[in-house]
Design a protein around this ligand. Sequence first.
Ligand SMILES: Cc1cc2nc3c(=O)[nH]c(=O)nc-3n(C[C@H](O)[C@H](O)[C@H](O)COP(=O)(O)O)c2cc1C
Length: 189
Amino acid sequence: MLVVVASRHGATSELGEWICGTLRDGGHQVALTRPVPGADPQGADAVVLGSATYAKRWLGDANSWFAHYREALVERPTWVFDSGMAPRSVGDDVPLGDAVRVVDALGPRGFRHFGGRIDRALLSRAERAIVGALRKPDDDGRSRPEVEAWAREIDLELGGLLTGALGGALGGALGAGAATRDRGAIARD
Ligand SMILES: Cc1cc2nc3c(=O)[nH]c(=O)nc-3n(C[C@H](O)[C@H](O)[C@H](O)COP(=O)(O)O)c2cc1C
């Protein structure tokens, strides 16, 4: 499966790494990538898409990637997350901002908002001025256990999807066998 994460200063990439680690522990083959034009979801059984939030928007490369691959994404199971430091008046399972558009378009199996990290040492001068004006202290609001718990939910659902698909395929094969035997019986009669 493909985990696609847009990050400017690495905090959201790390969320992607935690998600990938948990999925790999669950036995899945996982590739982690930035939302670059060549990161094609066509070959993936399932996709997790995430972005950091800046000035109330997802990062531009996440929005562009989503717009470009939207049709391929609609055809496969998806999970969506974003990350930020703005206070929220709604639960972490409720999309806001760009996430609303993405969730409305994809109907993902899950959405989650996670806390982010502000570390002035990593920011540009302009960004430092913005967080200074907003009186935002350096802080890390990310919870690795919370992120990994969400990834385990994905792992469980993927397991269920796989079992369902296998069951369907086996059922089809057995059904076809039965039909062949039936036809044989008719022919013998
Ligand atoms: C200049 C600036 C603007 C930000 N704007 C928002 C915002 O509008 N909403 C929000 O929830 N978080 C905002 N954040 C917090 C980031 O989303 C958070 O720091 C995130 O973890 C950054 O992820 P990254 O290191 O992957 O780029 C802002 C941070 C900076 C530095």
